[in-house]
Write a protein that binds this ligand. Structure first.
Ligand SMILES: C[S@@+](CC[C@H](N)C(=O)[O-])C[C@H]1O[C@@H](n2cnc3c(N)ncnc32)[C@H](O)[C@@H]1O
Length: 247
């Protein structure tokens, strides 16, 4: 059976892609909706608890709003909070985010480990972007928040990079849109390249699990197969969605 967290208002909660910092709802509502998702992830054994530092999350949000150049993004404030919270709870030593465009999705994950929202010490937080110019902008953005280099952007094909990565991957975030033929179907290729490097308890996050579910069919079948992942939940509190899977 497909496991799903769906908020009542998922289809009415809409952002403007070119105004990513616009407030869409009262903070208490945003926190409550994200808590609902975290509670379900907890019940399913994806996260060990649901606690994260709300003040640090807001410090992270403010730093991104002040320091990042974001031409557009489809990451809603709810999604930004959920990504931050999952990383703050899981505390991945090595995190890889694939297909990060200007770096907003990457830092939503990495912001739990670096910058003013940091709540743990990470080893390597890596964002992968195939277009060199986008990778350069993302790297510029990230450097403004993390001078240490723990979080960094690499211009490379995510399938190739993940295949040659020689360390364990504790959290993998998927958002690459591939080329014309593969599109978001590339998620499964990236996951297959990294699957054996993911220890038990590691987490995979896949953006667009709601609006691009058809394109992600093979990927979703793979992560929802108990032979591959312990559990997998489709979080739908905006039109994009996030499939959260734990090994
Ligand atoms: C649509 S964007 C993701 C934007 C993100 N959802 C947001 O809202 O900010 C997808 C990115 O994946 C990149 N990409 C596509 N194929 C890739 C690959 N094989 N490896 C790494 N990046 C890739 C594209 O260049 C693009 O910048």
């Amino acid at each position: 059976m497909i496991q799903e967290y769906r908020s009542d208002d998922w289809n009415n909660y809409r952002m403007k892609f070119n105004e990513p910092h616009l407030v869409l709802e009262p903070l208490e509502k945003e926190i409550a909706v994200v808590d609902g998702a975290l509670n379900m992830l907890h019940e399913a054994g994806v996260v060990s608890h649901t606690n994260y530092d709300h003040a640090k999350m807001l410090a992270h949000r403010q730093a991104v709003a002040e320091l990042f150049e974001i031409p557009w993004t489809a990451i809603t404030p709810r999604m930004q909070r959920l990504l931050y919270a999952i990383n703050a709870i899981v505390q991945p030593q090595n995190m890889i985010a694939a297909g990060i465009f200007c770096g907003n999705t990457f830092i939503s994950n990495a912001g739990a480990g670096v910058g003013p929202g940091a709540c743990y010490t990470a080893k390597q937080l890596i964002g992968l972007e195939i277009k060199p110019q986008e990778a350069e902008r993302a790297e510029r953005n990230v450097r403004r928040i993390d001078p240490t280099g723990v979080a960094r952007i690499i211009a490379d094909d995510a399938v190739d990079f993940v295949a040659k990565f020689s360390e364990p991957i504790h959290l993998l975030y998927l958002d690459a849109d591939g080329d014309k033929g593969r599109g978001k179907g590339i998620y499964l290729e990236i996951l297959e390249a990294g699957y054996d490097k993911m220890p038990q308890g590691s987490v995979v996050l896949a953006h667009n699990s709601a609006n691009l579910a058809e394109r992600l069919k093979s990927y979703l079948e793979f992560v929802r197969d108990p032979a591959h992942f312990h559990s997998s939940i489709n979080v739908i509190f905006d039109v994009e969605g996030l499939e959260v899977s734990v090994k």
